[in-house]
Design a protein around this ligand. Structure first.
Ligand SMILES: Cc1cc2nc3c(=O)[nH]c(=O)nc-3n(C[C@H](O)[C@H](O)[C@H](O)COP(=O)(O)O)c2cc1C
Length: 151
């Protein structure tokens, strides 16, 4: 099983899970970043709210990779304003993931589990999404058990 991990992480919570996936599946890792980095929590929230209102998401810095060699593509992100960060949505839209098995993993303070999955389903109509993992500070989920269940 050749695996890739595509992820973004501002404060390291999502990265810790990406690192575990990398270690377990010897996955190739692709970090997705916005053109202009987000600052601390409050300025990031203010910026994201502004971007939602103007309907202009952050520009994407990362070039989209070729996922043809991979059997599984993990996609990880922090929930922002209830869903997948806009620039990562843009990356997913540009990536050719048709026919691929995609395993999403999301981290949050509390909310956004179902709405993030809904966004991903809309972005990836030709992929097979399995084993969606959501963990939050309010209700932490077991990463090791999730990874053990993937086959
Ligand atoms: C701009 C912004 C928006 C956020 N929106 C939400 C949200 O809608 N729901 C939620 O539960 N947490 C929200 N959070 C909290 C993050 O999802 C959470 O802290 C996440 O685990 C951080 O992951 P990271 O360290 O990989 O960046 C938000 C954080 C930021 C900075």
């Amino acid at each position: 099983m050749k695996c890739a991990v595509v992820y973004y992480s501002k404060t390291g919570v999502t990265k810790r899970i990406a690192d575990k996936i990398q270690a377990k599946f010897a996955a190739d890792v692709y970090l997705v970043e916005p053109e202009k980095a987000y600052g601390g929590f409050f300025s990031a929230v203010a910026r994201v709210v502004g971007e939602k209102i103007s309907r202009k998401g952050a520009a994407l810095k990362t070039t989209v990779s070729d996922f043809a060699p991979y059997d599984i593509v993990f996609i990880g992100f922090p929930v922002w304003a209830g869903t997948v960060p806009d620039f990562l949505q843009e990356y997913i839209r540009k990536a050719d993931l048709a026919g691929k098995r995609v395993i999403p993993f999301a981290t949050a303070s509390a909310t956004g589990k179902e709405s993030s999955l809904k966004t991903l389903n809309a972005l990836l109509p030709e992929s097979t999404i399995t084993d969606y993992f959501f963990t939050s500070r309010r209700q932490p989920a077991d990463v090791a058990a999730w990874l053990d269940g993937i086959n």
